[in-house]
Write a protein that binds this ligand. Sequence first.
Ligand SMILES: Cc1cc2nc3c(=O)[nH]c(=O)nc-3n(C[C@H](O)[C@H](O)[C@H](O)COP(=O)(O)OP(=O)(O)OC[C@H]3O[C@@H](n4cnc5c(N)ncnc54)[C@H](O)[C@@H]3O)c2cc1C
Length: 412
Amino acid sequence: MADFYDTGIIGGGPAGYSAALHLAQNGKKVILFEKENIGGVCLNKGCIPTKAIMHVSELYKEMKNCENLGISAAEIKLDYNKVKERKNKIIETLRKGIELALKNSKVTVIKENAQILSKTEIKAGEEIFNCREIICAEGSSPKAIPNIEFDHKFILSSDDILELETLPQSVLIIGSGAIGTEWARIFANFGVETTIIEIASNLLPLADTEVSKRLERIFKSNKIKYFTSTGIKEIKNKQVTLTNDEVLNPEIILLATGRKPNTKTKIEGVEYIGDTAGEIQLAHYAIKQAIELSDNIPFRKDLTPSVVYGSPEIAWIGKREQDLEGGEYKKSLTLVSSLGKAHCDNQTDGFIKILTQNDKILGAHIVSKEASALIQQITIAMQNDISASKLKEVCFAHPTYSEGIFEGLFKL
Ligand SMILES: Cc1cc2nc3c(=O)[nH]c(=O)nc-3n(C[C@H](O)[C@H](O)[C@H](O)COP(=O)(O)OP(=O)(O)OC[C@H]3O[C@@H](n4cnc5c(N)ncnc54)[C@H](O)[C@@H]3O)c2cc1C
């Protein structure tokens, strides 16, 4: 008979390792099961590797176009193997950090596929582990669409795309959610001929419509070809016919049409958190769910920020303008090109949009360098019911992108 644990956790992604660390730090005896790598999709196949590659792609593009900044480089060469090596090193460093934190917190980590037998029993290998409570944080996997399956050679998932030996000449991306949009920007930065299609009428369908429209402009200026309200009619011998009858011959396809929870059957009495819970599939949401459980700190699920990386970044929180249409609301739109810092950085594209109702901030939609950081300011204000007029009392540093928020408040 194995030891008895307070909490058994399946899955070592952000949901699982956060729950494990916090519970252990709260004095619980915790056991964590991970069948692949600690860090989960986020660290090994998602958030981190894509942003590591994104960073290099942006630098590469910037260096190729830096003559107007007063820099001329004779020859800029790309070694994609080194890009991947660096990405792997980042993953390894961060993974070691989490593993060390788990060790220091005395979490028992079992590198095995685990199965929940009941609300107090987990089976891994031949052993059964008894736990007072079980948290399932099994995560999610890439989801295909009807009639199009991953073949992992021509039709690739977001996992496969990280394993490419070399960059393709051309790519077709199906789906313009965060994953599709980020990869479109990465490929285009590297000079790959990039096309993205979206079945919904707007790019980034979950975003505010004005953001989606701005993304069209960004795609155009980055030579990314896009089609909205467009699906796949047929894929035959690597030739793709779109529903608008456009015919494409991409070297590869990235199918970025969402992710499906890994848990097949839920067991009563077990807590499901993170991607496998089938709610919002974001790492920070998974972490907050874990902390809600471990530390009993509630969070406003409707105030989960979304960020899409690239240059400029895109981020939003709260209500979109299309959600408010028909009702009374105020809107301010501040162009990033009005900000001194943006000119200094050569990053003048974008806007900061704030939506209010009776002085209450209802949402913000930002297309700007540092949008990922800017959105947090609005999130903190909204979480704490800080009104637009109250926020005006805050002193915003100069020159910064935050000044765009400050400016916007006076237009409401
Ligand atoms: C390309 C890409 C980019 C992304 N970028 C971002 C981003 O920028 N920001 C953001 O917030 N989110 C991003 N995400 C989403 C983010 O990765 C997920 O929301 C997050 O990883 C969910 O965490 P999780 O702990 O629920 O699950 P996961 O990270 O999927 O971890 C689940 C873990 O459970 C393990 N497991 C599953 N079943 C078992 C079992 N039976 N036994 C043992 N172990 C098991 C798996 O091996 C895995 O390690 C991205 C995702 C992708 C694919």
